[in-house]
Design a protein around this ligand. Structure first.
Ligand SMILES: Cc1ncc(COP(=O)(O)O)c(C=O)c1O
Length: 436
């Protein structure tokens, strides 16, 4: 029996009753359930850092446009699979304004979240050449994407980028690509879970590898423009969100509206296929689809089969958000910057109480303060650390579940922490440090 900030006996009992053999190996939703139960049994509120959900209200301009669209009767009509024309126009403008890339409206397609965009992308990019039957993850990454490949029965390989930053990335990528079996490389940038942001020279290396080995790059921009070290907020004005699209034409982008516009509940995201890739023809696509054209297969093959398009009203919502952003009337980055400020303060509390950062640098710059950060505590493995922290009223996920080799680390998400919880966080971390 120990004296911990959250009642030791109850926590122990709930962990045992949960049936989770090792808390550190639990999936995010399993941790959520466990912590809900402990909160309910003890009446204590946790510092909840396990789940990457937006902690802000949705972009209002989107909500209003959706309500109007519903009143206008869109709910009874099937939307076009490739999206309503006005949304396609705004996505194309957005890509020009914030990435400085020119993409034809044809390749700007709404999807049911980036989740579906990724699934469809695997179904087409991963099936375009029978010899290239494997997807390469630049990890750490978002575990559900591997689950998607398992569901599809597709193969993947992965490496942790931790030891291969900068020029070292080239040789590491080449060691996979020269085998000839890789169809697609996927990574998120900023990265979930580590919050590393690739530098321009790393993106250039990825682009060059894509050209040299004819590999499609799936760039997952789920945290679009959330590298707050630079002001990316002005439409059409540099600096822009960094992208591999500057270095290869063999790219697809997945742009989520969940975090940048706090629009997760509407399950709408954007898939953007470069003009060149859209038009490319791959004979092996005919094994699955009626056409050998990449873009056609995506829309009338994959997306048709998956959901026949994206919620009609949500398309009007996203369209209104993008229009306001593109016209310079809505500075979405100003709204989400709060995550960066919060991360800055939380990181300091962890470091002051004996924790260390796991992923800490982009080249010579400290990582940005953003949606996630990663920490470890000397002498404890990640599984052990996660379980111990539960007794101190702090929840997170273990990096081991994300393809990271840094299994001593945890991912902390800042989005759900409220101002009035900082004192609790400080007290609990101090107690943890004293006890360990
Ligand atoms: C890296 C990454 N990709 C994709 C997604 C899914 O995005 P969406 O909510 O648009 O489906 C997330 C959500 O957390 C994510 O972190």
């Amino acid at each position: 029996m120990r004296n911990t900030p959250i009642d030791y006996t109850i926590v122990k009992e709930k962990i045992e009753a949960s049936g989770i053999p090792v808390v550190g190996k639990a999936k995010i939703r399993e941790i959520v359930k466990l912590v809900n139960e402990i909160e309910q049994a003890t009446g204590d509120k946790f510092i909840r850092m396990e789940m990457g959900v937006p902690g802000l209200p949705p972009a209002e301009v989107g909500v209003n446009a959706e309500i109007q669209a519903l009143r206008d009767g869109v709910a009874s009509k099937y939307p076009m699979i490739d999206g309503i024309p006005e949304l396609k126009t705004e996505i194309s403008r957005f890509v020009k304004n914030y990435l400085d890339l020119d993409v034809n409206e044809q390749g700007c397609i709404p999807t049911v979240g980036s989740m579906q965009g990724g699934f469809a992308a695997f179904m087409v990019a991963g099936r375009r050449d029978v010899k290239k039957d494997t997807i390469l993850f630049i990890d750490p990454g978002f575990p559900v994407q591997k689950q998607q490949l398992n569901v599809l029965g597709m193969k993947y390989e992965t490496f942790d980028v931790y030891n291969y930053r900068g020029e070292k990335l080239r040789e590491k990528l080449e060691s996979y690509l020269k085998k000839g079996n890789i169809s697609t490389i996927i990574y998120s940038n900023p990265n979930n879970p580590s919050w590393i942001c690739f530098t321009e020279s790393e993106l250039q290396i990825i682009g060059e590898m894509s050209n040299k080995y004819d590999v499609v790059i799936m760039e997952d921009l789920a945290y679009f423009a959330m590298d707050f070290r630079q002001d990316l907020s002005q439409p059409g004005v540099a600096p822009f969100q960094a992208t591999v699209g500057k270095y290869t034409d063999n790219y697809m982008l997945l742009i989520s509206s969940s975090k940048s516009f706090s629009y997760a509940g509407q399950r709408i995201g954007m898939m953007v296929i470069s003009d060149t890739l859209y038009k490319r023809r791959f004979a092996d696509l005919k094994n699955y689809y009626s056409s050998d054209e990449f873009g056609y297969s995506m829309i009338y093959g994959a997306l048709y089969a998956l959901s026949s398009g994206t919620s009609h009203s949500a398309q009007y919502g996203l369209c209104a958000i993008l229009k306001a952003v593109n016209n310079g009337e809505f500075n979405f980055i100003e709204d989400v910057k709060i995550y960066g400020n919060r991360a800055n303060r939380m990181k300091k509390l962890f470091i002051d109480n004996g924790f260390k950062f796991v992923y800490d640098m982009d080249d010579d710059k400290p990582l940005a303060d953003g949606f996630y950060f990663t920490v470890s505590y000397p002498g404890l493995g990640g599984d052990e650390l996660l379980e111990e922290l539960v007794y101190y009223g702090i929840s997170a996920i273990a990096l081991g579940t994300t393809g990271s080799e840094r299994t001593e680390g945890l991912r902390a998400c800042v989005s759900q922490i409220r101002e009035e919880q900082f004192a609790d966080l400080e007290y609990r971390l101090k107690r943890f440090d004293e006890d360990h």
